[in-house]
Write a protein that binds this ligand. Structure first.
Ligand SMILES: NC(=O)C1=CN([C@@H]2O[C@H](COP(=O)(O)OP(=O)(O)OC[C@H]3O[C@@H](n4cnc5c(N)ncnc54)[C@H](O)[C@@H]3O)[C@@H](O)[C@H]2O)C=CC1
Ligand SMILES: CC(=O)C(=O)O
Ligand SMILES: [Mg+2]
Length: 372
């Protein structure tokens, strides 16, 4: 199979879908790998690193899209990339279709087969291709939130850990999965007073066993959320219903109950965001203010620490990428129902139910799609 890796073109996105060690493994498995010149630069990988791995360097994305059987990327294809996808081509990347009707329609129209990293599952009930980036974004969230809280950035002027004689910042993390747990650990490590809300009692039992004394847990009812919201210096949105649009857990009306200059960090923005007033921002212009409350809503947070993120993501995607290349997508998905859960679009049809529900579109069952 010919595997192609273009340069990411989303603003300030420095990750790359295929790191040289993954290219090397693909070549060792008998595949051809084509990489766009400069694709790895933002993550510290040179064209020569890819050549040494056995890949061929091509100048343009157009050459990659025109010739590759499988495109491996990081971010959802941008409009100009979607025009280059074609029938029968396999796309393996993050998609986040539920809040993105334009992308969904373009992928359906292209006729390609698209497997989304964020909906591939594992036997433990986790999301193995989302988890590494959730670890990164979770650990970044208190860091960017602390920056947002600084006075010069419009924030409240509160230091996370306080100082002797002055108490720490109060941080509420909504959602205690991968993002939430990593965010809470780092915020607590910075000295903040942290509470994590979730709706899963087994998850809260785990968090209490593992981190009791480091941060507190609470049930994510509307009433308790409203109570903590009034006291919070920082709120980190970290909920997920896999594949679906994020539930809105803080309304615009509630912002007036918050402290002026408090920071909302909506990590769940890639699924549409869990605060009513969230809209996606970029690393180039990450924050904005609504009703006196500062919002940070960058949809590709891990791109800020591209080298760490590229390697963490590449470690997770490599075995799936190799299975797709070695067996072809149909056999790979038939052999592995967790990979089949990643199938979002095939040959002009949507194949993921939560996206169909969010966008009001018909869905072809993935187990039927794999037979077509
Ligand atoms: N902005 C960015 O750059 C990035 C965003 N993300 C996003 O972060 C979000 C969270 O991802 P993960 O932590 O990996 O998911 P996860 O599945 O590990 O955790 C989600 C948690 O939310 C909880 N939850 C669901 N509904 C809830 C509610 N109403 N109230 C409280 N908790 C609720 C679940 O019980 C679960 O524990 C996803 O939307 C993911 O795509 C992940 C990485 C990077
Ligand atoms: C998960 C995701 O959307 C990202 O890493 O950018
Ligand atoms: Mg994202």
């Amino acid at each position: 199979m010919k595997i192609g890796c273009p340069t990411e073109i989303k603003p300030q996105e420095f990750r790359v879908g295929l790191m040289p060690t993954a290219a090397q493994e693909a070549v060792a498995n008998g595949h051809e790998v084509v990489v766009q010149s400069g694709a790895g630069a933002g993550s510290g990988f040179t064209d020569d690193d890819y050549r040494a791995a056995g890949a061929v360097i091509l100048d343009t994305a157009a050459e990659i899209f025109a010739t590759a059987d499988m495109i491996v990327k990081v971010k959802e294809p941008q409009a100009i990339e979607r025009k280059m996808l074609r029938e029968g081509q396999l796309l393996f990347t993050y998609l986040h279709l539920a809040p993105d009707p334009d992308q969904t329609h373009d992928l359906i129209a292209s006729g390609c087969t698209a497997i989304a990293y964020e909906t591939v599952t594992d036997a433990q009930g986790g999301l193995p291709l989302l988890a590494p980036m959730s670890e990164v974004a979770g650990r970044l969230a208190p860091q960017v939130g602390a920056w947002t809280l600084q006075k010069a950035n419009g924030g409240r002027g509160v230091l996370m850990g306080g100082v002797p004689g002055v108490g720490p910042a109060k941080v509420m993390v909504i959602g205690g999965g991968v993002v939430g747990t990593h965010a809470a650990r780092i915020a607590a490590g910075m000295g903040a007073d942290v509470t994590v809300l979730d709706r899963s009692l087994p998850r809260m039992r785990y968090l209490d066993d593992a981190f009791g004394g480091v941060f507190k847990t609470g049930y994510s009812s509307a009433g308790y959320t409203a109570e903590l919201l009034e006291q919070a210096d920082m709120v980190i949105g970290a909920v997920l219903i896999p594949g679906a649009a994020a539930p809105k857990l803080v309304s615009r009306a509630q912002l007036s109950s918050m402290k002026a200059g408090a920071a909302l960090v909506d990590v769940a923005i890639d699924q549409g965001g869990c605060f009513e007033t969230s809209k996606a921002t970029t690393h180039a212009d990450p924050i904005y203010e609504v009703d006196g409350v500062m919002h940070y809503c960058v949809a590709n947070m891990p791109g800020a620490v591209a080298r760490t993120s590229t390697i963490a993501l590449g470690n997770a995607t490599m075995p799936f990428m190799l299975a797709l290349a070695n067996k072809g997508w149909r056999k790979a998905c038939e052999d592995d129902p967790h990979l089949l859960n990643g199938l979002n679009v095939h040959a002009g049809k949507l194949t993921y139910y939560a996206v169909g529900e969010a966008l009001g579109l018909d869905v072809l069952s993935p187990s039927l799609a794999v037979k077509q």
